[in-house]
Ligand binder design. Structure first.
Ligand code: F6R
Length: 608
């Protein structure tokens, strides 16, 4: 997972490139570099570490060029060193390339290129590609890139420049997103819109198999066979301000606090209260097929998988459609049984997660109706799904997913009502739920007031290395999500479990002071959760509880209680997750962790 920015214009571009890759740093941040065409030559600057390290070494070498490419890397082949950082030059030093993705047949290509006299100075698959382009280059850069890409197996988003063509950048995509910002006498190619919006809000999204050739004054989209593709200019939906910190210490905290607004955006225009119906325009084309759905399979990874688990409860409860949830990475490799009437739903914030995308393709090949629940507009999953629903929760920059999760829950609730109303769910039931759903942004706002209380509790647990999160029913996936949030950003070990499973083994872990977070909201399984709490207390565990307002009993069973408003059970996950996100956040800050960029993690996992 890496970030690419390429600029062709009339302004000195090295600061533009640096600012651009900084906005993409969430995509990867183990090394960075840029190459600019200056005085007819390629000037290259690279550094291991974050972009700040690159800035430290930047000098006049690249200060005046107006065409250049830049990259922030997340290593796949070769350690995060300066020599493995992008851009990579061919062995003649006349062509430079930045690459996101993986060239799967790079080893065979490298051996062959070596036998043809090519020299390599890195361990990367990307350097193989630039040398292949160079080997095939006969004066026409576009032609050489096209020929090279036809030899390549794997995925790529690339941008290529050559000192022989000082005004031109050639870019191409397969399996790795790229878009072209179209400005006044300037064009910018980037892995996502965050690097572009400062300069222009007009953009063209490339599809797999497409290329673009940009100069300061023109762009041309073509296929690998050099056939011109007419693309529509689209408006980038979000402003730069939306992706800045807005006064918060971290993107994660900003995004947690944005949830009342992001949820409102997700719900806008999708509720017809009077009719007791959900309006999902993105499903209009497939509504007849959906009405025939016999079985639903949800595929996703990580936090999106957890929202899928809540979706399973919602769809079975409200729409009475048998639903399963699968890890996308498992689904894709096990030749799944897809019968007529099977609907597969891929859930993904980024819309680019490799496993989820591959699972979606697998489902389509088997004849399933494939839907996407995706945040990033124009992302690959969004484009490849037969139909779908966008989250519209705005860009999520913090690596830990927060506001996308609540928007996924909201869309799944709407979907369950949408399908349920065509089956067993009656008008009044649906209307009540929809009414409560419209009240959720305000309720989340109230729950966010717990932040200070949660920070104090977190302070008292900073030295705890092992945590349990337990819940039942709708709250079981929330226990998983609470544990995932904590471990990924604070590096404390945490496990989430269905509360009743504890006694089948994990109870052996409980010792004095071990923090155990129970989700004990009022509902069908409340009494049983109270019994589970007592089992933990009897062994000296420290009980923290998420419970419902006005529950006076719970206070005597827990060291700390985080209360949320009483709402219908299917909607409670939207509130329960807020204290869990805040707990993880405050623990991570207290432990001195890099909250927005946790170690070993990148925002979007576009490799297997
Ligand atoms: C956890 C987290 C990840 C993602 C997962 C799927 O906080 O962010 O677990 O949820 O990598 O990503 P998307 O939703 O982009 O497919």
């Amino acid at each position: 997972m890496c970030g690419i920015v390429a600029y062709a214009g009339h302004k000195p571009c090295h600061r533009i490139l640096i600012e651009g890759i900084k906005r993409l740093e969430y995509r990867g941040y183990d090394s960075a570099g840029l190459a600019v065409i200056q005085d007819g030559k390629l000037a290259l600057q690279r550094a291991a570490g974050r972009i700040a390290s690159l800035e430290e070494i930047l000098d006049e070498t690249t200060a005046h060029g107006t065409v250049g490419i830049a990259h922030t890397r997340w290593a796949t082949h070769g350690a995060p060193t300066t020599s493995n950082a992008h851009p990579h030059l061919d062995d003649s030093g006349r062509i430079a390339l930045v690459h996101n993705g993986i060239i799967e047949n790079y080893a065979a290509l490298k051996t062959w290129l070596q036998s043809q006299g090519k020299h390599f100075s890195s361990q990367t698959d990307s350097e193989v590609l630039v040398n292949l382009i160079s080997f095939l280059y006969r004066g026409n850069l576009v032609d050489a890139v096209q020929k090279a890409l036809k030899e390549v197996e794997g995925t790529y988003g690339i941008a290529v420049i050559s000192s022989d063509h000082p005004e031109t950048i050639v870019a191409a995509r397969k399996g790795s997103p790229l878009l072209v910002g179209v400005g006044e006498n300037e064009h910018i190619v980037a892995s996502d819109a965050a690097a572009i919006v400062e300069h222009t809000t007009r953009a063209v999204y490339l599809e797999d198999g497409e290329m673009v050739v940009i100069t300061p004054d023109a762009f041309r989209t073509i296929t690998l066979d050099n056939i011109t593709v007419d693309k529509e200019l689209e408006n980038i939906e979000f402003s730069l301000q939306q992706i800045e910190l807005d006064g918060y210490d971290h993107f994660m905290l900003k995004e947690i606090f944005e949830q009342p607004t992001s949820l409102e955006n997700t719900l806008r225009g999708r509720i017809d209260l009077q009719a007791g119906r959900a309006i999902l325009g993105g499903l209009e084309n497939v509504k007849d097929q959906l009405a025939q759905a016999k079985r639903i399979i949800i595929i996703a990874c990580g936090t999106a998988w957890h929202s899928g688990l809540v979706g399973e409860f919602l769809l079975e409860h409200l729409a009475r459609i048998p639903t399963e949830v699968e890890y996308a990475s498992e689904f894709r490799y096990r030749n799944p049984i897809i019968e007529p009437g099977t609907v597969v739903i891929a859930i993904s914030q980024s819309g680019e997660t490799a496993d989820t995308l591959a699972a979606l393709r697998e489902a389509k090949e088997h004849g399933a109706l494939a839907l996407g629940i995706v945040n990033v507009v124009g992302s690959t999953i969004a484009r490849e799904a037969d139909a779908g629903v966008y989250l519209h929760c705005g860009p999520e920059i913090g690596v830990a997913s927060t506001k996308a999760f609540t928007s996924q829950l909201a869309v799944l609730t709407l979907l369950a009502i949408y399908l349920g109303r065509r089956r067993s769910l009656d008008h009044d039931q649906a209307q009540r739920l929809l009414q409560s759903l419209t009240e959720m942004p305000a309720r989340i706002k109230n729950v966010l007031c717990l932040s200070d209380q949660i920070q104090k509790v977190a302070q008292s647990c900073l030295d705890r290395e092992h945590w349990l999160f337990l819940g039942r029913g709708y709250n079981y996936p929330l226990a998983l999500e609470g544990a995932l949030k904590l471990k990924e950003i604070s590096y404390a070990h945490a496990e989430g479990l269905p509360a009743a499973e504890m006694k089948h083994g994990p109870i052996a872990l409980i010792n004095k002071g071990m923090p155990t977070v129970f989700i004990a909201t009022s509902g069908s399984q409340y009494e049983k959760v109270i019994s589970n709490i007592e089992e933990v207390r009897a062994r000296g565990g420290m009980v923290l509880a998420v419970a419902t307002e006005n529950d006076t009993r719970i206070q005597t069973h827990a060291e700390a209680v985080f209360t949320i408003p009483d709402v219908p059970e299917p909607l409670s996950p939207l509130l329960v997750v807020i204290p869990l996100q805040l707990l993880a956040y405050h623990c991570a800050v207290g432990r001195g962790c890099a909250v927005d960029k946790p170690r070993n993690l990148a925002k979007s996992v576009t490799v297997e």
